[in-house]
Ligand binder design. Structure first.
Ligand code: ASP
Length: 434
């Protein structure tokens, strides 16, 4: 190990052995574990030292290290496991503390902005019923009603639509959403947060205007060194972006290496349906022809409703996606408020009568008078990670789960007592697990 690398480049070397050289920015000795924030001309890196694992020279020098010492350190980049196990120490690192504060500032801005625009912050239940938004649900067994399960919401989609029937007109919430999906770099496994909004009597263009105004003014107030590439944000048609960029998440930055450039874009005019695949397990895992491009409550464009009977694949939707620097940071739509159209969509995605019955409450609610409505749900974690210049979404979450969906700090998920299972009427199939 002879070639020194810059801190900026080391980020890509998790698990590899690297040689870093620079100045001690901060040093914290916690006994069983010590930290050095190492600084070079390219940035700051947290170095985790487990004294028991150091060589003799390292053991000898560690207690004497002080801020501004010049040091060379050879070692492996800390694993996610270690950082998350000692997350309360990891969060003391300047960069992490800054990210968490930035997240708080973004939430505060959004809450103030929307409250000033007559939105009401409304909390919706966590113990809920499975919503068919395409992902696997987290289930919670009911003790009182044995054999029955609650589901943690994938999003408050149905509740926010019911709130429009309730006459709330403008709803929002920093909403926790739960999806039992595998991790991706830009999505935290298990749970994530949305800036969830729903509005009555608003056109699609008005919803986009308001959301754009919120984020543009936020960036001008909180992120003064960032610049927005195009104002107003371009509103692009799905078919045109696919043709021009080959993706529906085009990166419109002029200089992709410029960390301070923010290229927002709206993508509209999506097809209402995609061809169903095996992944659409809620809708029938490829057995039916169509799956909703956004979700099944999304309204077809008025002029395309007649296509539903003969050529549903040609119908377009009032769907809008929000794209930032080549990543999707949110989506939404104008909703169906006509029960007949909703019924037709269910038929097209292959719903059985049983499945339709699961939504009887929504159709029932619409009978009492439903305003035209629509909304959007920008993802908070992803948005903050882009604004913080972080590639991994977990860097802006205080206590994220690992890539394989565990919390090494608390030790979750964990086994539970037999008594607890008995009360729930649950017996484990694989008894060896207990
Ligand atoms: N509930 C939708 C989602 O989670 C967002 C929306 O349509 O407002 O993607």
């Amino acid at each position: 190990m002879s070639k020194r690398i810059y801190i900026d480049d080391a980020i890509k070397k998790v698990g590899d052995e690297v040689l870093l050289k620079g100045w001690v920015h901060v040093r914290r000795n916690m006994g069983k574990i010590a930290f050095i924030d190492l600084r070079d001309m390219t940035g700051l890196m947290q170095v985790v030292l487990v004294p028991g694992e150091l060589d003799d020279a390292g053991k000898e020098v560690l207690p004497r290290i002080r801020p501004e010492f010049v040091v060379a350190i050879t070692g492996r980049q800390a694993s996610e496991e270690l950082r998350l196990k000692y997350r309360y120490l990891d969060l003391r690192h300047e960069r992490m503390a800054k990210n968490i504060k930035l997240r708080s500032d973004v939430i505060r801005y959004v809450v103030d902005f929307l409250t000033d625009h007559n939105f009401t912050y409304i909390q919706t239940p966590m113990l809920s019923k499975s919503t068919p938004e395409g992902a696997r649900d987290y289930l919670v067994p009911s003790r009182v009603h044995q054999g029955k399960f609650f589901a943690l919401p994938q999003s408050p989609q149905q509740y926010k639509q019911l709130l429009m029937v309730a006459g709330m007109e403008r709803y929002f919430q920093i909403a926790p959403c739960f999806r039992d999906e595998d991790a991706r770099a830009d999505r935290s496994p298990g749970e994530f947060y949305q800036i969830d909004m729903e509005m009555s009597f608003m056109s699609q263009a008005e919803i986009l205007d308001l959301t754009e105004d919120m984020f543009t003014s936020m960036i001008k107030k909180l992120f003064t060194d960032k610049k927005i590439t195009n104002e107003p944000w371009p509103r692009l048609k799905y078919a045109e972006v696919m043709k021009k960029y080959g993706t529906d998440k085009p990166d419109l930055r002029k200089d992709k290496n410029d960390l301070n450039e923010l290229a927002f874009a709206w993508i509209v005019d999506f097809p209402l349906f995609n061809k169903q695949t095996k992944e659409d397990f809620f809708f029938g895992s490829g057995k039916s022809q169509w799956a909703p491009s956004h979700h099944m409550f999304t309204a077809p464009k008025e002029e395309d409703v007649h296509l539903l009977d003969k050529e549903p694949g040609k119908a377009h939707a009032y769907q809008h996606d929000l794209v930032l620097n080549g990543l999707e940071v949110g989506g939404g739509s104008i909703r169906i408020h006509n029960p007949k159209v909703q019924e037709k969509i269910w038929d097209l995605i292959g719903f059985s009568n049983e499945q339709k019955k699961q939504f009887a409450h929504l159709i029932e609610a619409f009978k009492y008078g439903v305003p035209p409505h629509g909304g959007i749900a920008p993802g908070l974690d992803r948005l903050v990670s882009i604004l913080a210049g972080e590639k991994n979404i977990r860097e802006v979450i205080a206590f994220p789960l690992t890539g394989d969906v565990r919390d090494p700090l608390m030790g979750a998920p964990s086994e539970v007592d037999k008594e607890q299972l008995n009360e729930l009427g649950i017996e484990l199939k694989n008894k060896k697990l207990k």
